[in-house]
Design a protein around this ligand. Structure first.
Ligand code: HPA
Length: 269
C-alpha cells in the first residue's frame, strides 16, 4: 500500500490527474501512443517503487494523454514474469492506475495461435483464460486488506466491452477471432508436446502475460478487456522454428487493426 501511494503521489505531481482508462500494450504493440494527444510521459525507472524495465525492445514508459475524447493512461511495454519479476511486480502498475482513478482497463499481447483455424496476423478477443504460470498475484498475506481474497473468476473479461469490440470489428471489416488465452511462464517457447497439450486443454492462444493483470483487475473490480495479436501458428505436426524478431514483425503488421479496435472502443465508452 505504501509503495502504491508513493507511485501514485509521484504521478499525480507529474500531472496524471484524472485518467479514465488504463491501457497495457504488449510486445511489438506500442504504436497506439501515436494516436494520443500526449500530456505527460514518464519512464518507468523514474517512478518510485516501479519495477524497472529490462527487456530492450520495450520502451518502458507510462504515458498520459487524450484519445477519442477520453483521458487515458498507457503502459508502453509491460513487465513479465520471465524477466524475473514477481506476480506482484507485474501487477503493481495496475494497482497504481486504479488508485489514480481508471474505471476500465484494456490489455493487449502477442500470442501464438493454438486453434488451428486461427492464423498469424489475426486478432483474438480473449473471452476466458487458463493460468499456467504457476502463481497468483493474489497469493500474499495481506491481500484481504485490498479486496476479496477468493476472487470470483466466472466471467473475468467484461462482457459489455467485449460485445462492443466485436461490433467494431464487423463495422471496420477486421477479422476477429475469439477464444481462450493460456498464459505460460516462458521465456522459452513451447515444445510440440506442449502445444498439443494446450490444444487438448482448450486453449486457443498462448502467451506469457496478461493473466496476472486480469486477475488483479478482477480483484479491484476493474472491468477489463483484452486482445491477443496472433504472431505464430503453433501446429505441433507442422511446427516452424520461430524467433522473437519474427514475432515482433508479425505483431507490427497486425498492430493497426488492434489500434482501430481500441481507439473505436474508447470513443464509445
Ligand atoms: N508461445 C508463447 N508465447 C508467445 C508465442 C508462443 O507461441 N507467440 C507469441 N508469444
Amino acid at each position: 500500500m505504501k509503495y502504491i501511494k508513493e507511485a501514485v503521489d509521484y504521478l499525480k505531481n507529474k500531472g496524471f490527474d484524472a485518467p479514465e482508462i488504463g491501457i497495457v500494450l504488449g510486445t511489438g504493440l506500442g504504436k497506439l501512443v501515436d494516436e494520443l494527444d500526449i500530456l505527460v510521459s514518464v519512464s518507468y525507472n523514474h517512478i518510485p517503487s516501479f519495477p524497472t524495465a529490462t527487456v530492450e525492445f520495450h520502451k518502458g514508459k507510462l504515458i498520459y494523454g487524450t484519445l477519442g475524447g477520453k483521458k487515458v493512461m498507457v503502459m508502453q511495454g509491460r513487465f513479465h514474469l520471465y524477466e524475473g519479476y514477481s506476480t506482484y511486480d507485474v501487477t503493481f502498475p495496475i494497482r497504481v492506475m486504479k488508485q489514480l482513478g481508471i474505471t476500465k482497463l484494456l490489455v493487449s499481447n502477442a500470442a501464438g495461435a493454438i486453434n488451428k483455424s486461427y492464423k498469424k496476423g489475426e486478432i483474438m478477443l480473449i473471452d476466458d483464460h487458463i493460468n499456467l504460470q504457476g502463481g497468483s498475484p493474489l497469493a500474499f498475506k495481506n491481500v484481504a486488506e485490498m479486496g476479496e481474497r477468493f476472487v470470483d473468476m466466472s466471467a473475468p473479461y467484461d462482457a459489455e466491452m467485449n460485445a462492443k469490440i466485436e461490433e467494431i470489428a464487423v463495422q471496420q471489416n477486421i477479422k476477429l477471432q475469439k477464444g481462450v488465452y493460456a498464459s505460460v511462464l516462458g521465456p522459452q517457447l513451447e515444445t510440440r508436446a506442449e502445444y498439443r497439450y494446450l490444444d487438448i486443454i482448450g486453449a486457443d492462444a498462448v502467451g506469457m502475460s496478461t493473466v496476472p493483470e486480469v486477475i488483479v483487475a478482477n480483484h479491484l473490480n476493474l472491468p477489463v478487456a483484452a486482445v491477443s495479436v496472433l504472431t505464430d501458428e503453433c501446429d505441433p505436426d507442422n511446427l516452424q522454428p520461430i524467433n522473437i524478431q519474427e514475432i515482433i514483425k508479425i505483431a507490427g503488421k497486425a498492430e493497426p487493426d488492434m489500434i482501430t479496435l481500441f481507439r473505436e472502443l474508447i470513443k464509445g465508452l
